[in-house]
Ligand binder design. Structure first.
Ligand SMILES: *[C@@H]1O[C@H](CO)[C@@H](O)[C@H](O)[C@H]1NC(C)=O
Ligand SMILES: *[C@@H]1O[C@H](CO)[C@@H](O)[C@H](O)[C@H]1NC(C)=O
Ligand SMILES: *[C@@H]1O[C@H](CO)[C@@H](O)[C@H](O)[C@H]1NC(C)=O
Ligand SMILES: *[C@@H]1O[C@H](CO)[C@@H](O)[C@H](O)[C@H]1NC(C)=O
Ligand SMILES: *[C@@H]1O[C@H](CO)[C@@H](O)[C@H](O)[C@H]1NC(C)=O
Ligand SMILES: *[C@@H]1O[C@H](CO)[C@@H](O)[C@H](O)[C@H]1NC(C)=O
Ligand SMILES: *[C@@H]1O[C@H](CO)[C@@H](O)[C@H](O)[C@H]1NC(C)=O
Ligand SMILES: *[C@@H]1O[C@H](CO)[C@@H](O)[C@H](O)[C@H]1NC(C)=O
Ligand SMILES: *[C@@H]1O[C@H](CO)[C@@H](O)[C@H](O)[C@H]1NC(C)=O
Ligand SMILES: *[C@@H]1O[C@H](CO)[C@@H](O)[C@H](O)[C@H]1NC(C)=O
Length: 734
């Protein structure tokens, strides 16, 4: 009968069922066995290639599922890709009466998609003095493995132990589809009949088997494993491709359910489908994988007392309101009421920090207020209000700049060129106002209280000064502690630099010198004249004579401390003249008049002529005042030593002589003997006369000096020096 079975198996042709989607007609269950797709019973109910099963009604009326009508199917698992089937137990028995050995060499040839599970099955041999072989084809080569079971005496047998005494087990390799059992003749004949007449061998699910000593001594095994068959686990897989390859084929790919994934078979070729985590069901049918409602499972996945919420493919746990903790893997603990002390501390710190911020704000506002107030105070102190009123009243063009405007103007000039001069009196900055108006901003260091009070009046007077040879005062800044003055910017340096630093004697012709003298004298005469507000300059020196590119001279820095010559007090307090230029009469008497300016101008004339500084050092290192040494040489008639190598022509020499004469007049020891500035201008103009062809007698009243714009003079314009006011004040009070 068994032989017949085996032959039937071998002869069985594999009939591939047409690939089809199971429908309502297909049985999903045969007896106790669930038949999920891709398995199926009947036509068109299973996936092609060995998944078709048959369902037979046994004599007892029970239904059983069979593979190829022969091998009974016990259980199908989609999740693990395994099928549990029944395998025949091979046995051999020796009956001493006839030395008859009965038994069968059993063969089972499973075709794809099935292969014996190497993990779950063990080749098991039960008996004494038994050697059985499992023979198989494996990877196109033959495989054979034997297992020996020996028994010394009955005592050596142990229940549950299958390790060579009465029972032996051996593993099988992967990818095994063919299986046959043979018993070795030798041992069979050398049987120790004291134990039992039969030996058994079978490939079975190891877990389902437990050795009992009674299997040796009695035929209990056959009673337990009815029909001489034991469960064996088959691994199965779809096709013989890997997932990667299979996925490319839209039609044959078996994992058609949403939320499914493909897994390469771990035993041989092919792949398996499985539902993604969080889903369960049949991944081989569309929509087969359904969300797992984790929350309604027997074991709540969330912590005790936590709320569970199911989501597609997942779930979430939350501690209920009023509790906190790990809702997934822990416990939800009721929230602790915040203690009164903690509340108080928190409250206090919050209010404290609020107070701090509030206080800081107040402080900042107060500071700002104070700043604005102080600026307003300065403005008032410096007479800003009165000045503004007067200016509008008189319609004068004079600006009162705010501190910001001044700062902005200074910032608009390169950092390198910002400072024009610096000295004991303060700093002179260069600034830019509007599109391209450059200005010089004078920022004095200090100003006496009395002068501050008078400041606005002085501004009023100075703003009226308007002469082409006087640096124009454009405005002032009053909302600072010490008021600042904004002047027109004169670009080409000053006379002091021209004579003593730049030393470009060739271009510095006598004509140019005369013109500078003429311009300066004209400006001073204007200041002294009753037409102007009558101002004594007070600090006439070469450094205060600024120059334009065309050598037009501009007088600058006339001290507003000497505005009112009648005010005796200020002369006592202010001695601002520069050594070497200072009127000796003033030094003796303290009387400062227009004639003091004339004296200083005389020194400037000498500087122009001789190219020497007002105070210079002789070769012997002796400090010498230009004015006094000049007067001395004049007396000795040794003037020539002093002069630049300028006067070469006879005409020039004559001119120089006349200028010398004028200088001597200006340097007279007594003020009364000195000419007025107006006289000086006239004389200088007269010197120009013979050289001036276009000059006509009708112009005599016009004290305009002539400026020859020679190409020689123009070459000076390339000079880059921009210092307009000079830091060469020599404090006489040292
Ligand atoms: C199975 O499918 C084939 C081809 O699609 C069809 O010819 C046959 O009738 C089907 N059988 C049944 C029982 O539906
Ligand atoms: C199929 O296997 C599962 C678990 O492996 C088991 O619970 C079930 O009883 C088995 N069914 C049959 C018919 O053997
Ligand atoms: C399929 O998924 C289930 C549940 O996620 C898992 O237990 C099983 O091992 C998976 N099967 C394979 C073949 O990976
Ligand atoms: C030997 O014994 C066995 C079992 O007891 C029996 O089946 C068989 O017929 C016997 N043979 C002879 C020749 O008596
Ligand atoms: C498998 O064996 C058969 C004959 O036994 C042989 O023709 C074939 O080439 C072998 N295949 C491989 C891949 O070794
Ligand atoms: C073995 O065979 C002998 C003789 O036929 C018989 O007496 C004995 O009971 C048998 N043993 C078993 C365990 O069947
Ligand atoms: C399967 O998922 C796709 C997108 O992932 C979706 O468009 C389709 O509707 C889903 N099918 C079903 C049956 O839920
Ligand atoms: C499994 O065995 C078959 C033949 O039985 C062979 O064609 C195949 O290559 C083997 N696969 C693996 C992964 O060993
Ligand atoms: C499920 O939710 C948990 C916790 O929210 C998260 O860690 C996990 O990655 C989620 N799993 C999936 C598949 O979304
Ligand atoms: C859950 O808690 C246990 C013990 O408290 C810990 O061993 C485990 O790692 C935790 N698991 C997670 C996912 O936090």
């Amino acid at each position: 009968m068994s032989l017949l079975l085996s032959q039937m198996l071998l002869l069985l042709l594999l009939l591939a069922a047409a690939s089809a989607v199971p429908d309502g007609r297909c049985l999903t269950k045969c007896g106790e066995v669930e038949i999920p797709y891709p398995f199926g019973i009947g036509d068109n109910c299973s996936l092609a290639g060995g998944f078709s099963l048959t369902c037979k009604t046994m004599e007892s009326g029970l239904k059983k599922a069979f593979y190829r009508n022969v091998v009974e199917v016990l259980n199908i698992s989609l999740a693990t890709g395994q099928v549990r089937m029944l395998n025949h137990i091979s046995s051999v028995c020796y009956y001493p009466n006839h030395s008859f050995v009965s038994g069968l060499e059993w063969t089972l040839n499973m075709a794809p998609p099935y292969r014996f599970s190497d993990r779950l099955n063990k080749f098991t041999v039960i008996g004494c003095h038994t050697l059985a072989y499992i023979v198989s084809r494996h990877d196109n080569s033959s495989y054979q493995s034997g297992c020996v079971s020996m028994c010394q005496n009955k005592k050596s047998l142990t229940d549950g132990s299958c390790s060579g005494v009465g029972c032996c087990q051996t593993s099988i390799p992967k990818n095994l589809t063919y299986y046959s059992v043979t018993f070795d003749n030798v041992i069979r004949n050398a049987g120790n009949w004291g134990f039992g007449n039969c030996s058994y061998a079978v490939l079975l699910e190891a877990e389902s088997f437990q050795f009992h000593t009674s299997y040796i001594t009695t035929n209990q095994l056959m009673q337990i494993y009815s029909d001489a068959s034991a469960p064996v686990v088959m691994d199965w897989a779809i096709g013989d491709e890997t997932c990667e390859v299979a996925k490319r084929s839209q039609t044959s790919y078996a994992c058609i359910s949403n939320n499914s994934e493909c897994i390469d078979s771990s035993n041989g070729h092919g792949y398996l489908c499985n539902c993604s985590t969080g889903y369960q069901g049949n991944s081989y049918v569309s929509n087969g994988c359904q969300d797992i409602d984790e929350c309604n499972q027997q074991s709540n996945p969330c912590s005790d007392g936590a709320d569970c919420q199911n989501m597609p493919g997942n779930y979430s746990c939350h501690c209920p309101e009023g509790t906190h903790g790990d809702a997934y893997n822990g416990t939800c603990i009721p929230n602790q009421k915040v203690s009164l002390a903690v509340k108080a501390v928190i409250g206090t710190s919050i209010s404290l920090s609020f107070l701090l911020v509030f206080g800081m704000c107040i402080c900042m506002i107060y500071q700002r207020r104070k700043l604005i107030q102080s600026r307003k105070r300065y403005f008032d102190e410096n007479g800003g209000v009165q000045l503004q009123e007067k200016m509008t009243e008189l319609g004068l063009k004079f600006s009162i700049f705010s501190k910001e405007e001044i700062e902005k103007a200074i910032k608009r000039v390169d950092k390198k060129n910002r400072i024009l001069g610096q000295g004991g009196y303060g700093i002179v900055y260069k600034g830019k106002i509007g599109d391209n108006l450059f200005v010089a901003i004078k920022k004095p260091k200090v100003l006496s209280e009395r002068k501050k009070k008078e400041f606005w009046k002085e501004m009023l007077i100075l703003s009226k000064v308007n002469h082409k040879n006087i640096v124009k005062l454009l405005g002032c800044c009053l909302d600072v502690e010490v008021p600042m003055l904004v002047y027109e910017f004169v670009p080409n340096g000053n006379l002091f630099e021209l004579i003593h630093i730049r030393i470009d004697i060739d271009n510095f012709t006598l004509a140019v010198r005369l013109n500078i003298a003429c311009d300066s004298a004209d400006a001073l005469a204007y200041l002294h004249s009753p037409d102007s507000p009558r101002i004594i300059h007070g600090d006439v020196k070469s450094a205060n004579i600024l120059l334009h590119e065309d050598f037009t001279a501009k007088i600058s820095d006339f001290g507003f401390s000497r505005l009112n010559p009648d005010d005796k007090e200020q002369f006592a307090t202010v001695v601002q003249g520069t050594c070497g230029y200072l009127d000796p009469e003033f030094v003796q008497t303290g009387k400062f008049t227009e004639k003091s300016d004339v004296y200083s101008f005389g020194v400037v004339l000498l500087e122009l002529l001789t190219g020497k500084k007002a105070i210079y050092f002789e070769q012997n290192g002796e400090e010498t005042y230009l004015a006094s040494s000049f007067i001395l040489s004049k007396k000795k008639d040794r003037l020539k030593e002093h002069l630049d190598n300028q006067g070469t022509s006879e005409e020039d020499e004559q001119l120089i002589e006349r200028i010398e004469e004028l200088a001597v007049q200006c340097l007279s020891a007594r003020g009364e003997e000195r000419p007025t500035m107006k006289d000086v201008v006239d004389q200088l103009n007269n010197m120009r006369k013979p050289k001036q062809p276009s000059w006509t007698p009708s112009n005599t009243d016009d004290i305009q000096c002539f400026h020859p714009v020679t190409s020689d003079a123009q070459t000076f314009t390339s000079s880059t020096s921009c210092i307009s006011e000079v830091a060469l004040h020599i404090e006489c009070a040292r």
